[in-house]
Design a protein around this ligand. Structure first.
Ligand code: UT7
Length: 324
């Protein structure tokens, strides 16, 4: 069994508001706020900030909150779709930066990456392989965004969130339910192609392209099904959920999910207004912020659900514990 022993986050210093975007784009604060719930996002300021530095910052905060040092970490997993280089992995670069020795690897499941990572880590704990795992969700999708594409630039922000996961004998701890799902035939509705792609011209820039309406529909349908199936398999009723931590992509998606699952809207935590969609970082940043405010109580039932490019989606259920 394992529990979340520490949480942390790191966000770029540069704030880009809706009004900043409206200065050069045919958009406005009213449209962005009412269609998405987003008011501002954080964007990498310069080359001193990137997916690795954000990951390391979030990791250090999580380790500090858990009273763990580099020598205590047995494995590093980074969920990211925006590494600064293909090889070695972001996790290797973070481990080296923090002086952590041992296995380190990345997971690319786009915005579902943190939930996929949680289930992978859960598998390692089920095999009693490690005492402490550092799991980070980090993305800098601004590096893939065409700043003149109003349908995507308004949505995405950069950031990183991290958790330390620690072994415990508590029989109530650990994953109470998991669902990892996806549909690869939907890949074209949200993608970034790079120069290795056969249909990309040499030296063309890589931009994120998205069919927003389709992604919206798939997200609502698949998230509803994934959460319902996972709750069902764990024999848990919607009313027994204390907190819903959904991927922060659009507040209207979160509203629709709560309505369909008959879960009180107040239980669905949000911070999308401040950060936009930070991809694999959105759930761990949200978790870190709410933990910082001491809003979780011992034994609270947390449901995590991510969805994103691939398409990928998935749910993990676990209880919050203050101590081992
Ligand atoms: O991690 C997963 C990542 N992606 C998502 O979760 C995206 C899911 N989809 C969405 O969040 C929404 O589909 C969007 C926010 C992207 C778009 O909202 P929508 O309500 O689906 O708008 P729409 O695409 O249907 O566009 C409605 C209108 C269009 O104009 P017409 O054709 O009705 O004249 C767009 O051209 O709004 C226009 N529009 C904008 N207007 C002002 C599109 N983007 C903007 C904009 N500002 N930024």
């Amino acid at each position: 069994m394992f529990y979340i022993s520490g949480t942390g986050k790191a966000i770029p210093s540069q704030i880009v508001t809706n009004n900043d975007l409206a200065l050069y784009l045919d958009t406005n604060d009213e449209w962005i706020t009412s269609r998405t719930g987003i008011k501002e996002r954080r964007i990498l300021k310069d080359h001193t900030e990137n997916t690795v530095t954000l990951s390391a910052g979030a990791a250090l905060e999580a380790m500090k909150n858990a009273n763990l040092s580099a020598k205590d970490i047995d494995c590093v997993i980074v969920a990211t779709a925006s590494p600064i280089q293909p090889i070695p992995s972001t996790a290797n670069l973070v481990a080296e930066m923090l002086g952590i020795h041992g296995p380190a690897f990345d997971i690319n499941a786009a915005c579902s990456g943190f939930v996929y990572g949680l289930s992978v880590a859960g598998g390692f704990f089920a095999q009693n392989m490690y005492e402490n795992i550092l799991l980070i969700g980090a993305d800098s999708l601004s590096t893939y965004i065409d700043k003149h594409d109003r349908s995507t630039v308004i949505l995405f922000g950069d950031g990183a969130g991290a958790v330390t996961l620690s072994a415990t004998e508590n029989p109530q701890a650990g994953l109470l339910g998991i669902d990892l799902s996806g549909d690869s035939s939907l890949a074209p509705i949200l993608e970034v192609r790079n120069n290795n792609h056969p249909e990309i011209e040499e030296n063309a820039e890589s931009h994120l392209t998205m069919n927003g309406r389709e992604v919206f529909k798939v997200a609502v349908r698949s998230v509803e099904k994934s959460i319902a199936t996972t709750l069902d398999s764990a024999n848990i009723k919607g009313q027994d959920v204390d907190w819903l931590l959904l991927h922060q992509a659009n507040v209207r998606i979160i509203d629709a999910i709560c309505e369909r699952l008959d879960i009180d809207r107040e239980k669905a935590l949000t911070n999308i207004e401040k950060y936009g969609n930070t991809s694999a970082a959105s759930i761990p940043i949200l978790l870190a912020e709410v933990a910082e405010q001491n809003r979780f109580k011992d034994g609270d039932l947390l449901v995590f659900c991510g969805f994103g490019a691939g398409m990928t989606w998935g749910t993990c259920i676990l209880r919050w514990f203050e101590n081992k």
